[in-house]
Design a protein around this ligand. Structure first.
Ligand SMILES: *Cc1c(COP(=O)(O)O)cnc(C)c1O
Length: 397
């Protein structure tokens, strides 16, 4: 029987936990969309979004989820017959490339497996081989949410520069923005995208596309761009409705205003440091558990792990039992494995993920880890001792 009391906690990699301040501000009557506070509020949201992305360039808001942001970004810079280079470290890298294929774009691919980041040498070689400059854009996930692999975007840019290649660097920051350090301009990304329901702590329903002047120049060369996806009027609207190519996502915007206030009151450096500390506590616990028995962190090198999500393997039937026990007895929902199926485990149920993005703190992490310890115990999963001690030590620092 399900035992609750207390709050449920969705510890999956998006949607993330929504702060009460976000929920409260959304609980209100519809605002006037033609004049007044909403118009002023959006004008203030844009610079605050840019600060989160680390860019002084352009920011646009789309009504849609992360997939919409994928398509929006591509639609402005590549067209049928163009080539892009997809870099893969898991399911989400493939997903963005498939989106490009759907737009008639030819995808060339570099697959770095499910456990390791982009190898800059292989990328540089692939770009050097493209003598005629066929490749118009390189698509890279900052964090692939399925595997929790994090790429070093500055290194990706350095490899592109070393090859002397003119492709745009487009980065999917949907999992990472507002969690893992990301600096669009300093790291040389031309386009970056994110969505509302992860580090930004707002319900799903808004996608964000950031672009610089190089990307804007590429947009200007496009034969045509769909009126809805076109980022030009959205980034420089003459009329309020042009921000959204139609009615504004009124209540989501109130939520976003509240979340940006929270993020900037804490400060980007502090937000990144908090995620780093909380992730390190989770990894310390997992390392202790992994000393004996089946549990394994998917990514071996902590430098290559996201601070927003951790992918783990514990094998069948433990993976499914663990998640089920946590949800039914502790009110904590852990993430399923995504794109991790193998011949022995066709549904990938031996994998699971802990989402630790956005509105989280020490007690939520300790609650998750303590509940996992109880779930291991209830299901007789062999494991190393001292996981909670190890996490507490990190959190005490
Ligand atoms: C969540 C996520 C997406 C997809 O976002 P949706 O809102 O589900 O469309 C794409 N890429 C990454 C890296 C993600 O984490």
């Amino acid at each position: 029987m399900t035992q609750h009391g207390g709050r449920d906690y969705l510890a999956i990699p998006g949607p993330s936990v929504m702060p009460d301040a976000v929920l409260r501000t959304m609980h209100r009557a519809s605002p006037n969309i033609y004049e007044g506070e909403l118009i002023d509020m959006v004008a203030g949201i844009i610079p605050d979004l840019k600060k989160v992305a680390g860019t002084a360039h352009h920011a646009t808001i789309y009504i849609g989820n992360g997939h919409a942001a994928w398509e929006a970004a591509l639609s402005n810079v590549v067209e049928e017959g163009d080539h892009v280079l997809g870099l893969y470290n898991g399911r989400f890298g493939f997903g963005w490339a498939e989106m490009a294929e759907g737009l008639g774009v030819t995808v060339e691919s570099l697959d770095f497996g499910m456990k390791t980041p982009v190898d800059a040498t292989r990328l540089e070689e692939a770009l050097r081989a493209d003598k005629e400059g066929r490749i118009k854009a390189v698509l890279c996930t900052h964090v692939d949410t399925s595997t929790s692999v994090k790429n070093n975007i500055a290194e990706v840019r350095a490899a592109m520069d070393a090859a002397g290649h003119g492709a745009l660097l487009m980065v999917d920051c949907i999992a990472s923005m507002g969690c893992d350090r990301f600096e669009m301009d300093a790291w040389g990304a031309d386009v970056a995208i994110t969505a509302s329901q992860k580090g930004l702590m707002v319900p799903p329903g808004m996608g964000f596309v950031f672009f610089n002047d190089r990307a804007a120049a590429r947009r200007a060369e496009m034969l045509r761009v769909s009126r809805y996806w076109d980022w030009t009027p959205r980034a420089n609207p003459d009329f309020f409705y042009q921000y959204f190519a139609g009615t504004a996502p009124t209540h989501h915007l109130y939520g976003l205003r509240a979340s940006l206030d929270m993020i900037h009151a804490e400060g980007m450096e502090q937000v990144w440091a908090r995620h780093k500390m909380l992730a390190s506590a989770i990894w310390a616990a997992c390392d202790a558990w992994a000393a004996v028995g089946p549990l394994k962190l998917n990514v071996a090198d902590p430098e290559h792990r996201s601070c927003a999500v951790t992918a783990l393997h514990v094998g069948m039937p433990h993976g499914v039992n663990l998640r089920r026990w946590c949800e039914q007895n502790a009110g904590i929902t852990l993430g399923i494995g995504l794109g991790m199926s193998t011949d022995e485990d066709p549904k990938g149920e031996g994998f699971f993920r802990i989402g630790h993005m956005g509105h989280i703190n020490r007690q939520m992490v300790l609650g998750t880890l303590g509940s996992m310890e109880a779930a291991f115990s209830a299901n007789d999963v062999p494991r190393g001792q001292g996981a909670l001690d190890a996490a507490a030590k990190v959190l005490a620092g």
